[in-house]
Design a protein around this ligand. Sequence first.
Ligand code: KIV
Length: 257
Amino acid sequence: MNKSILKIISKKNKSKIICLTAYSKNIASIIDKHCDIILVGDSLGSVLYNFSTTKKVSLDMMIEHSKSVRMGVRKSLMVVDMPHNSYRNSKEALKNAKKIILRTKCDAVKLEGGRKIYQIIKTLVKNKIQVMGHLGILPQSATNFRFKGKKLIERKNILRDSKLLEQAGVFSIVLECVETSLAKEITKIVAIPTIGIGASLHCDGQVLVTDDLIGLNKIDARFVKKYLNVTKQINDAVLKFKQDVIKGKFPRKKHSY
Ligand code: KIV
């Protein structure tokens, strides 16, 4: 494992891990100094492209956005989501993970799932590819978006999967919308960090979609806290620009040649 990955792991039980998404250079460069991990999430499918599901996100889309993000990331660990249908078997996963890393210079990739992708993750790790796991709601295959861990069988499976992912060699696990006591239990039993989204404060770190956090993306989910209303700020700025142009206040001499 490389130094930056070990640094993330060493934060477990010491200090919280901060993870946010970025889909472009400008946002990445703003959040970089405050993050431990920047994730180029396939959530970009719904946030930027209005797709009804992340299933429609392609490998090329992930690569192009990640190339832009790379230009803004200096210190954080950069993780890229492997999109739907890019890791259906070990051979395909290895080929595509290598392509993502080569083209984007990211530090790690993230895959959704547990037992079903155990061998695939083992293959990636064996080939020195750093992998982040993802359990709970798995948007690439989900049929509903209800939180996980209410039913006993669900709890058992997620608990088993978190141990399997650790065994397979992932360096951390995203827990998406996992019930509080289950997230707490997983965080206790695995030696690698858990990064929660809608999975309580018991996780070792938290991840949010930056566009949600700044109020740029219209979403009404329980796990989102809006820290800013950037939509209003952009609206106010654009309105002011429009008024200035109409009134002949812009451009001034100093803006002209
Ligand atoms: O795609 C994404 O942005 C994610 C995070 C929500 C964890 O997977």
